[in-house]
Design a protein around this ligand. Sequence first.
Ligand code: FE2
Length: 645
Amino acid sequence: MSLARADVGARRAATTGTVDARDGRPGRARGRWVSARAGRGGRMPPARAVRTPMKPVEEVAGDASGVGGGLSQQTPFERQYKDYATGYASVPGLAYENMGWVTDVEGEIPKEMEGTLLRNGPAMYERGGFVKSYLDGDGMVTSIAVKDGKAYFRNKFVRTEHFDQEEEQDKYIMPSIFTASDPRPFPFFSRLFGDIIGGDLRRKQNGAYNVLNWGDSLVAVDYKKPYALNPDTLETIGHGACDLSSAMHTSHYRTVTEPDGSRRCVAFLNEVDWRTETTHAVFYEFDENGKEVSRRAYDYPSSYVHDLIVTENYYILFDCPVKIDFPAVFTKYIFEKSCLSELICEDTSRRPLFRIFPRRGDSRDVKTAPADYWCYAYHHVNGFEDKDGNVVFDTCTWDKFTLYFTDICNPNGVDNYPRMKLSRFIIDMDKLEAKHYLLSDTPCELPITSWDYTGLPYEHMYLSTSVGRTEDGVNGPMQALSKASLKIDEQKLYYEEQWVPGDRKFAMEPFFVPRKGGTDEDDGWVVALVHDAAAEKSNFDGRGTEMVIIDAKKFSEGPVARLRLPSYVPFGVHGSWSPKYVAGPPKEDELKRLQEMRSKNDGKPISLGASAAEPVIHATPSPQAIGVGVASLLMGITALSSILG
Ligand SMILES: [Fe+2]
């Protein structure tokens, strides 16, 4: 047993929680629906324990559960989805960049909390009358730096080489992955002769899918192409400016504690060549200073992989069976009736399986373990090696595959929306079989744990969850945050509680912030941004965004602080909590530039920022040391297989 595990075992003993009503049998749960109606006004709405958020369709329709109720609805959760969709509005580009102290705070920001909440996601997807799919929008990084009970807000676009080119010409130039329409002059010929026959599937780099501060590096992540950012200002430095932005990796990574107590960041690439039906996987490890210290490459049969689990001795990928929809290439794609991501579909001819790669030593022995449960999975919770040497793998499972995300692009809760569940797999490393256990049937996604326990036995997880679902499988939108807990050797939850942010509000991806000096795994805070579809103080047509801070040990009590941000922040994709205080108020160099810009503008602010303490800076484009890789048609299509990381 490593020192880290022994430490975990000692820390775990004091953990407490309420007792859950589940009986632990897959597909069954006891309990009752608890109304999700949330109060408004000055008081923070209380958390509600939602043990079994199931309600017959007709009752859900009449209740509008969670957003006011009493309205006649055409489909379950229709009103909730209309409110939810307002979180995907396109913002007006560089003029929307903003910075300033967060002055509207309800409650109190914990004085001992220090670090920065970082979020990335598409923010602008309309240019010159051309509308792209939300997920193809230009990435905008949002930061909230917290220290001494105060918070500083910034948002800034990721200036990829394509962003700068399109900004200069004020029109879209590059085709994207999730948009059927093509901005190129002759799209039919471009797709038929350029993409299919020529095999040139270059797509726009929008830098929109994650942001990570590791070592001295701050990086906005696009598929295969991270961009280094200035940690003081969020300005784009460019691809290849540091080790973390040089390695070609997806936007999912794990930070782990080594047996000697040092920390590592593990990133990976999963690239598929469909011509040879081979996946090329690369696992990178970066030390605490951000230097690459390990790189291992493997090839294996083609598959869909989105996220990874890292344990003390293994990298583990969940291989979900997919295939190319070849007829759609010629009947839809070349006619702009489908986008690239729609060309990947379910392959029901084989079972999903786990691929277990050695992390240490000279072994190249990759083991595979088929799962006894049909599902797909994008985002994994955590995993560890148990006392018997088997691997525990916790994840959010989907009952079907989609890379189009219709309910994100145009949500209604019905079309193409998979049924999500919280699942545990135990991989028997002798028999090489993976057995499934249903932990919760509350629709869930975007899981997080304490990073101190990545790859180690752990007890607590935090998730984005739906408030309701119908018996025939229709989910409400992701609206709430949940805490779920289970003992290490048990395959059922002993605690599951859901906090609903309020009327017409929708929580985004949560993060865990450990309390300095804390000893228990859940001694810290859960932080997240919350979209408000009806903000009283809005800079964007009724929309608003809050940051909430919840004491993880007192999850049922709801936030200790709500920070109303000066600007609406679209839902976005992924982000992280940095224990470092970055992107705080302007330092001397930035202040000097701000003053110079002001002087050129008669002392007036340069752009939007009514709530900001300082005007925005429109940075000049950064030189990008980038060579755009040309992929073949099928290789290019499979670039999707790891995207939206
Ligand atoms: Fe992802």
